[in-house]
Design a binder for this molecule. Structure first.
Ligand code: F6P
Length: 500
């Protein structure tokens, strides 16, 4: 935080604003399970999913905690069966070698990030594959490569109504039925569904005892801690999954106890608000100097932009300030050779969160030192820049005019803000802490901006239109006629080229 552009007076003023907006009361209401998601009249109780790892007593309703504990037991049963090879417990005659996780958005990003980030902790019993997109390329490639008799499919959808997930689920179901010579019941046992809509999962054909619950009080983007994270437990084993929950609970405890001046989520939130509202920076980058965190920015894109990408306040009133900046990012040092030029000398200032890992899980100490050196160098260069005089001193060739011209090009303005977040090591526990840190940062920003950080009405319109376009693409002229001229022309162009 030392490289953020808030002075003590600005930080104090923002802290006072957070206090005046009641961030502590709002936080406590979230942990208690009050219906803070007002537009959907729901609680946002993702913290209850990891409350078992907390030092502090959980204020979440006892019934919620009991359901969470029971679901964790069911997850452990499945993970243990797969790990020990005793898959008869799941009704599968053969051991499982491959797990296909089908889900999109929050039902994909967090679990995928965690499985990749925790690679050194994998038990090695199964390979995990992810099918978020409806693009049939990945689905058909997997169906070509995998042995259906040794594949377990996780169908993960809170609503169990998401087009992409259901289409991939149907394709895999047909593949499994064919591999079982038409025996739909035997094929169905290869599925585990995770959904808040249990009846829809059963209607799809998943055996009822293979359906794990989700709840309306868990938002998709906050759901990796629930049975949505079963794939993580299958990859690393249930004890490690519980360590991930404990790490998040550790951050929850910190968030609940620390005064705002020492509270990491609050401080990150205030720096972000300052960058967005006081300095007007329109975007923000998260750069992880760890290949295993390559999906971190993608997960945070959903956590931050789906939560805070709102144009009215929760009470319906107009917003006084801009809300969420565009979040983007990548992996260092790769991205230094892609877009860092613009971060250093472009006309837009882009605040950066650098995430690094102190102790690697490998013995290549020289590589790791170089990785960390690059992280520190970029943060320093963004902050300090290079003055015209320094650039001039470096320019030795040519006459005075040529040296001056070169110095202008080589001058960096500097004074560009960043934060550095260092994990001691990339473990299930530290990953849990890191992800919960950003969840709570978003919560505090939602509180300061006065928006509901737990709904996502903005994604619904496109989903509805896509469903309506589908029959038109299939040739239903009446359905096609309902669209605007531009969409109609594009549908016709696609149809014409299909026939070509
Ligand atoms: O993309 C919008 C969204 O509603 C996300 O909020 C959610 O994570 C994703 O779709 C998937 O939804 P579901 O888990 O219901 O399939």
């Amino acid at each position: 935080m030392t490289r953020q552009k808030l002075d003590v007076a600005a930080l104090d003023a923002l802290g006072a604003l957070a206090e005046a907006r009641g961030w502590r009361a709002a936080r406590d209401a979230m942990f208690r399970g009050e219906a803070i998601n007002t537009s959907e009249r729901r609680a946002a109780l993702h913290t209850a999913l990891r409350a078992g790892g907390s030092r502090l007593p959980s204020p979440a309703p006892a019934a919620v905690r009991a359901e969470v504990a029971a679901t964790l037991e069911r997850m452990a049963h499945i993970a243990d069966a797969v790990e020990t090879g005793e898959t008869a417990a799941l009704g599968l005659p053969e051991t499982v070698t491959d797990v296909v996780h089908v889900g999109i958005g929050g039902s994909d990003l967090g679990p995928r990030l965690a499985v990749e980030a925790l690679a050194p902790y994998h038990t090695g019993r199964v390979r995990c594959h992810f099918l978020p997109n409806v693009d049939g390329d990945a689905t058909s490639t997997l169906m070509r490569r995998l042995d259906p008799r040794r594949t377990l499919v996780l169908l993960v959808s809170k609503s169990f109504g998401t087009q992409e997930t259901l289409l991939n689920g149907r394709a895999l179901r047909a593949w499994l039925v064919a591999a079982h010579d038409g025996d739909a019941e035997a094929a169905a046992r290869h599925f585990i569904a995770v959904s808040a809509n249990v009846e829809a999962a059963v209607a799809f054909g998943v055996p009822r005892n293979h359906v794990l619950p989700m709840w309306d009080w868990v938002g998709g983007r906050y759901s990796l801690w629930s049975a949505v994270g079963l794939v993580i437990a299958l990859a690393v084993g249930m004890p490690r999954f519980r360590e991930l929950l404990e790490g998040a609970a550790h951050m929850d405890d910190h968030f609940r106890e620390a005064p705002w001046q020492d509270n990491l989520p609050v401080l990150l939130a205030l720096a972000g608000i300052w960058n967005r509202n006081a300095l007007g920076y329109p975007s923000f980058a998260v750069i992880a100097y760890a290949d295993r965190l390559r999906e971190l920015y993608a997960h945070l894109q959903q956590v931050e932009m789906e939560s805070l990408g709102k144009r009215v306040r929760a009470d319906g009133g107009a917003l006084a300030d801009a809300t969420v900046p565009v979040l983007w990012g990548g992996v260092g040092s790769n991205v230094q050779h892609a877009f860092f030029q613009a971060l250093h000398q472009g006309t837009d200032v882009v605040p950066v969160d650098f995430v690094g890992v102190v102790r690697p899980d490998h013995a290549l100490a020289d590589n790791h030192d170089a990785l960390l050196a690059n992280l520190l160098a970029q943060a320093a260069a963004l902050a300090l820049g290079k003055t015209r005089e320094e650039a001039l001193a470096e320019a030795s060739a040519g006459d005075a005019a040529a040296r001056e011209a070169l110095a202008v090009q080589r001058t960096f303005p500097g004074d560009r803000p960043s934060s550095v977040i260092l994990l001691d090591a990339l473990t299930p526990h530290s990953l849990g802490m890191l992800l919960a840190l950003y969840e709570h940062k978003v919560f505090v920003q939602g509180c300061l901006w006065g928006v509901n950080a737990f709904d996502q009405w903005g994604v619904e319109l496109g989903k509805t239109i896509a469903s309506a376009i589908l029959p038109a693409l299939d040739g239903d002229a009446e359905a096609g006629a309902a669209f605007d001229p531009s969409t109609r022309a594009l549908i016709e162009a696609i149809q014409a080229r299909r026939e070509a």
